[in-house]
Design a protein around this ligand. Structure first.
Ligand code: ZDP
Length: 282
């Protein structure tokens, strides 16, 4: 089988995108995605994203496999890349300001291409109830804000929420002192996160400027995580570290995040760039 693809990256979070508009199911299996994402034996990517035909009142549908073959509900950096990919497939001019309504396993998400190359995404409102995240870490509270969690012999104060996919946010004094490769997998597979978890460590430099490092569920260390940056700002507001808007500096660069509070969507603005096109022989 011959599969054309385009590689994109958003702040160094990189994806193989496949034009899957002719059929409603992804044309690749999770096992094929694992192989394609491999940085030595494949193309190399944090995930594979499929541009699928629309359903209901949307323009297109997104599905994504992580580099371990698992399927997350949503992908913040990936949906910016998908919006650019769709505009290119449609033959839109590079500076076109197009809006797409994209169906995902986390509901309808709305990316807007901006003339300066950035993409603003209207995400869903965050889900804050423990059983929606999901986590068993609630101890009688409806939400999981500054709850203690023991990992690797330390007790961490964690704030959990879902952006469609699950996130655990931890505010720390010294981000560089965090050993993500040791801690990340222990958070990801902690029994109190039945669907596993994406983990973000945050250092607050100012209420409107946070630094973040992330260990992603199903992908491990990545240079950026869009849903994770949204989760960081929401957790910052819930814990009183932030107001409604902040720049989140990731290893791959900055994202601008805005949230007006409970029930409101989260807005994320950042780049998405094509890297190269290629053809797979599978
Ligand atoms: O939830 C998960 O399993 C994530 N690994 C999905 C990918 C998230 C992503 N990095 C983002 O930017 O939101 C693509």
């Amino acid at each position: 089988m011959r599969v054309e693809f385009t590689k994109y990256q958003g702040l160094g979070n990189d994806f193989v995108l496949v034009d899957n508009r002719h059929q409603s199911q992804p044309c690749l299996t999770p096992a094929q995605a694992v192989q394609i994402c491999d940085r030595n034996f494949g193309v190399g990517a944090d995930g594979v994203i499929f541009a699928l035909p629309s359903v209901k009142n949307t323009d297109y549908r997104l599905r994504i496999y992580n580099s371990d073959g698992s399927e997350p509900e949503m992908c913040g950096n990936g949906i910016r890349c998908l919006a650019r990919f769709l505009a290119q497939l449609e033959g839109q001019p590079a500076t076109a300001t197009v809006t797409y309504r994209i169906d995902t396993l986390a509901g309808v998400i709305t990316p807007r291409l901006q003339a300066n190359g950035q993409v603003e995404v209207e995400m869903s409102p965050p889900y804050l109830a423990a059983d929606q995240i999901p986590t068993t870490l609630a101890s009688g509270q409806p939400q999981v804000i500054n709850q203690p969690l023991a990992v690797a012999g330390q007790t961490w104060s964690v704030t959990c929420l879902s952006m469609g996919n699950p996130h655990c946010v931890i505010f720390v004094e010294d981000l560089e002192a965090i050993d993500l490769t040791i801690l990340g997998p222990q958070f990801e597979h902690h029994p109190q996160f039945p669907q596993r978890i994406n983990t973000e460590f945050i250092q607050v430099l100012r209420p409107d400027y946070l630094k973040m490092r992330v260990w992603e569920r199903g992908a491990g260390l990545t240079l950026a995580c869009g849903t994770g940056a949204c989760a960081a700002l929401v957790a910052g507001v819930l814990t009183g570290h932030c107001q409604g808007e902040a720049t989140i500096e990731l290893p791959g660069g900055p994202l601008l995040i805005r949230w007006m509070g409970q029930g409101h969507p989260v807005y994320m603005t950042g780049p998405a760039e094509q890297v190269f096109t290629g053809v797979l022989d599978l």
